[in-house]
Every structure is written in structure tokens, then in C-alpha cells.
Design a protein around this ligand. Structure first.
Ligand code: HEC
Ligand code: HEC
Ligand code: HEC
Length: 435
């Protein structure tokens, strides 16, 4: 909260001049004007659908289980209230049916609504600003080809001063740069398309790049890891120790498109959603391009770096059915809980029963002494629908107390990561409040 008040004070100090200068809209980027009234071709619709998936518009604009695709109403809980996504179907009354091409392009690339009011950056226009006009219009054509879904937008529930949309103008002046992606001629076409997929469509930075005091993305520290809504989005720079520099190309491609890479781990929480709704639909050329670009992201250690022990001694001393290494800890609460509730799916040797998705040895999560994502998955569970059978881990938030979750998390970190976990019951209580 203090952090936010400082930010607001800071932003108010920024000149109105800077605001108007940086916030001027630019909707022309040299593409030929569209023929008004001409129906979009099948190619454009197919491309629009592919792009809408690659940009993950669905996840944020369709309530899970709702038949009304893109009708909005998905809640985003922030420290200062809740924001709901909007209806972006072609319904004239409640959606964006009356928006022109320019209205839509301005919203997606500048974060400004049809009525001129600012959108909040929970909508990642900060990344989509890099999209080409033709790609944005292909997405619009696709959205407008779908059934209209009348559903009134939910009012945001934000406290003062965050409920003042005009204040976002100052935030934009400080942290947002309206800019299009420009290919780097010194790099291959594949690298350039991977960069476009990463920074514009996939908006990986929105979760993986550290944020500054004002919640702006820290440039120069691209993809070095950040925590959001209680989950840690890991360092995915080319750093071999703290990032994914040591992963093979096929590890990265497999993780992104199936949600799992052997010996590296499985995607849970927000990353599982990104895989399920978006990344698994990438064609193999685009997945390969993404990998090519990620390989070249400058190595950074990032905040709270996590080092992985791929041969954690307690695991090495265990087999499928016996705990081995840490069996001396007979009075360890965490160990007993693990034995009763977890070992059947995960096994003591960390290999995972039935599905390799449940293997724990060598994963970032169990090597993070703060236990951020391990606590999250224990509290809330995780599910991932990709190809093949559904991957499911039940939540234990209702079954266990904060003390038990903390003990279990620290045990998992000790056994599978060979590290001293630092999770307290208080940390668990805090994380319960976050979702
Ligand atoms: C991370 C979540 C997220 C993603 C991904 C996302 N949106 Fe949104 N979008 C939102 C939220 C939240 C709002 C409402 C923001 C506000 O009220 O200020 C919004 C608002 C909008 C609006 C403004 C509608 C209006 O009536 O004001 C448009 C248009 C839009 N999104 C289109 C898209 C498109 C197209 C994509 C994919 C390219 C997309 N969004 C992806 C969260 C998201
Ligand atoms: C909505 C937030 C979000 C977005 C968007 C997102 N990620 Fe993630 N990512 C996460 C989280 C959270 C984790 C940790 C998942 C876990 O603990 O299972 C993660 C994990 C990963 C990992 C595994 C790293 C490791 O060391 O285990 C990779 C690789 C990755 N993301 C790549 C990407 C790429 C590439 C993109 C863009 C195409 C992307 N992510 C977009 C939130 C996100
Ligand atoms: C029904 C089988 C099942 C049970 C029971 C189960 N898990 Fe899991 N667990 C899974 C699967 C499958 C995954 C991979 C899910 C994903 O990542 O989407 C997983 C993932 C995990 C992860 C990885 C989180 C990350 O991203 O870093 C941890 C840690 C974990 N489980 C711990 C536990 C603990 C501790 C218990 C006991 C309280 C437990 N699990 C019980 C199946 C299970």
C-alpha cells in the first residue's frame, strides 16, 4: 500500500506535458486501408483465430466453463481491488460491436477505450502495443465472426485513487511506450518471429519481467523472474544456473507446448493456463522460433535467484516406495503428511506415478526455499488440459492448517531440493489471502 501511495505521488509529479506528448495516439503504421464493408476472407479469419490464441485473449475474456466466449467478466484481483475483463464480442449494446477498426486498434495498442477513457494494464496493451495493425485487425475480424454474446460489463471494484481511470494517463506517461515491433535485420527471420511471439503476442514479460516500484516493467532485466498474484513466474533468461540456459531446445519447446519437460517440471497455476489456452496451439515453426529467441535473452540472475539440485541427496537415497534419505526425521510433521497424502502420486524418488507430470526432482519449485509455488499448488491445486489425459493435482487448502501446509512445503523443499525451506505458517496465511 505504501509502495502504491509513493507511486501515485510520483506520478502526479510528472508533467501533464509529458502525458500529452507520450500519450498521443498513432493508429497509422503504413498498412493499406481496409475496404470498408468487405467481408473478411477465410484466411484472415483463420489467422485471426490463431493470433487470438497466441495472444491468449480467450483466457482473460471468457469465464471458465462459460458458453459465452469472449463475453468478459473474468475477475483480476489486485492489491487495491478487483478489475473485470470486458465483453469483446460483436454485441452492439454490451460488447464492442459498434467499434470501428481504429477504435479497436487504439484499445489494443494504446489501452484507450472507444470513449477515450484509459484501460488498466491488467489488460496487457503494454505488450500488444508491439502488434502490427494487420494482426490486430485479423483478431477483430475473427472476434466479429463469432456469435454475439449479450452480457453487461461488471463494474470494477477499486478503491480511491485507483478507481480514477484518468490517473492511468500518468502511469502511461511514466511506464508505457507506444511502439510497433521492428525486425532486427542483423538477426534471422526465425529469431525475429520468435521475438514478436515473445514480446508482443505471448506477452511473456507481463508475468516474467521484474516490475519497478510503480509496477512498470523493468527494462534491461527482461524475463528475469517476478511474482504475480502469489505465483512466481521464474527467471527464463539464458542464464544457465538461474534461468533456462541449460535447458535443451526440445525441453523448452516441450514445456511450452505440452506443459511439461522431463527433469525440468510441469506448468501449474497461471503458466498452466497459458499453455492450455494459448501456447499449445502454436505451430511447430512458431514454437521453434520462440525457443530461438528465448535462447538469446541476456542472462540475468534476477531477484531471489533459485539454484537447482538435480541430484538431491535425500531423493537419491529413496526408491519408489521408501523415503530413504530423510527417514531419520521420524517426528517430521511434513514427512508424515507427505507419506499419507502425496507419496502415492509423487513417489519418494520424485519420479511421479502414472504421469511424468508429477515428477518433482530437478524442478524449480521444489528448489525455491521461499516455497512460493509449492505453497500455491498445495493450497489451490492445479489442472492442465493439454494433449492426452488431463493432468490434475488436488488442492489441500481446506484439509490442512497453515502450520501443516508450511511443514509440508518445507519437507518437500528439503527432500526434493535438498535445501532448508523457509516457509512459516504466517507466509501461508498471507498466500491464502492472495487468491
Ligand atoms: C491478462 C488478461 C487479458 C488478456 C490476455 C487480454 N485482455 Fe483484454 N482486457 C482485460 C481486462 C482486465 C480488461 C478491462 C480493463 C479495464 O477495465 O480497464 C480488458 C479490456 C479489453 C478491451 C476494452 C473493451 C472495452 O469495452 O472497454 C478490449 C478491446 C480487449 N480487452 C481486447 C483484448 C484482445 C483482442 C486480447 C487478445 C489480443 C485481449 N484483450 C487479451 C484483460 C485481458
Ligand atoms: C500469466 C502469467 C504468465 C505468462 C503470460 C507466461 N508465464 Fe511462464 N510461468 C508463469 C508462472 C507462474 C510459472 C511457474 C509455473 C510453475 O510453478 O509450475 C512459469 C513458468 C515458466 C517456465 C518454466 C521455468 C522453470 O524454470 O521451471 C517457462 C520456460 C516459461 N514460463 C516460459 C514462458 C514463456 C516463453 C511465456 C510467453 C510465451 C510465458 N512463460 C508466459 C507465468 C506466466
Ligand atoms: C492425484 C495425484 C496427486 C496427489 C494426491 C498430489 N499431487 Fe502433487 N502433483 C500432481 C500432478 C499431476 C502435478 C503436476 C500438475 C501441474 O503442474 O499442472 C503435481 C504437482 C506438484 C508439485 C509441483 C508444483 C510446482 O509447479 O512447482 C508439488 C510441489 C506437489 N505436486 C506436491 C504435492 C504434495 C506435497 C502433495 C500432498 C499434499 C501432493 N502433491 C499430492 C499429482 C498429485
Amino acid at each position: 500500500m505504501i509502495r502504491f501511495l509513493i507511486v501515485v505521488a510520483l506520478l502526479l509529479l510528472l508533467g501533464v506535458g509529458a502525458y500529452f506528448y507520450l500519450n498521443r495516439t498513432d493508429v497509422s503504421d503504413g498498412t493499406a486501408p481496409q475496404v470498408v464493408g468487405a467481408p473478411p476472407s477465410a484466411d484472415v479469419l483463420a489467422r485471426g483465430e490463431y493470433l487470438a490464441k497466441a495472444a491468449d485473449c480467450t483466457a482473460c475474456h471468457t469465464l471458465p466453463g462459460s458458453a459465452k466466449a469472449f463475453a468478459g467478466g473474468v475477475p483480476f484481483k489486485l492489491p487495491f481491488g478487483t478489475i473485470y475483463s470486458s465483453n469483446i464480442t460483436a454485441d452492439e449494446a454490451t460488447g464492442i460491436g459498434s467499434w470501428s477498426d481504429d477504435d479497436f486498434v487504439r484499445a489494443v495498442r494504446e489501452g484507450v477505450r472507444k470513449d477515450g477513457k484509459h484501460l488498466y494494464p491488467a489488460f496487457p496493451y503494454t505488450s500488444y502495443t508491439q502488434l502490427s495493425r494487420s494482426d490486430v485487425l485479423a483478431i477483430k475480424a475473427y472476434l466479429f465472426s463469432l456469435p454475439k454474446a449479450p452480457q453487461a460489463n461488471k463494474a470494477n471494484d477499486l478503491s480511491f485513487p485507483y478507481n480514477q481511470r484518468w490517473a492511468m494517463g500518468f502511469w502511461n506517461a511514466a511506464f508505457f511506450k507506444s511502439q510497433r515491433f521492428t525486425p532486427d535485420p542483423s538477426q534471422s527471420p526465425q529469431w525475429n518471429s520468435g521475438k514478436y511471439l515473445t514480446i508482443a503476442l505471448g506477452h511473456c514479460a507481463e508475468c516474467h519481467t521484474p516490475r519497478n516500484l510503480g509496477f512498470g516493467l523493468e527494462h534491461g532485466n527482461e524475463l528475469a523472474g517476478e511474482e504475480l498474484q502469489g505465483w512466481r513466474a521464474y527467471n527464463i533468461t539464458s542464464d544457465p544456473t538461474h534461468g533456462i540456459g541449460a535447458w535443451s531446445d526440445s525441453d523448452i519447446a516441450s514445456y511450452l507446448t505440452t506443459g511439461h519437460a522431463d527433469g525440468r517440471g510441469s506448468a501449474s497455476g497461471p503458466m498452466a493456463e497459458a499453455v492450455e489456452n494459448s501456447l499449445r496451439f502454436l505451430n511447430s515453426a512458431d514454437a521453434a522460433a520462440l525457443v530461438t529467441y528465448l535462447r538469446t535473452v541476456p542472462a540475468h540472475e534476477g531477484k531471489d535467484p533459485i539454484t537447482i539440485d538435480t541430484e538431491a541427496a535425500p531423493v537419491m537415497a529413496s526408491n519408489q516406495a521408501a523415503q530413504g534419505g530423510d527417514s531419520a526425521n521420524a517426528d517430521n510433521v511434513g514427512l508424515h503428511l507427505f507419506e499419507g497424502a502425496c507419496a502415492s502420486c509423487h513417489q519418494w524418488n520424485g519420479k511421479g506415478q502414472q504421469t511424468p507430470y508429477a515428477s518433482l526432482l530437478g524442478t524449480r519449485g521444489v528448489n525455491d526455499v521461499r516455497g512460493t509455488n509449492v505453497t500455491q499448488i498445495l493450497l489451490h491445486g492445479s489442472s492442465l488440459h493439454a494433449e492426452g489425459p488431463n493432468i490434475f493435482m488436488p488442492g489441500f487448502g481446506d484439509a490442512y492448517s497453515n502450520t501443516e501446509i508450511a511443514a509440508l512445503t518445507n519437507y518437500v523443499i528439503g527432500h526434493f531440493g535438498n535445501k532448508q525451506g523457509a516457509v512459516t505458517p504466517d507466509d501461508v496465511a498471507q498466500r491464502r489471502k492472495q487468491l
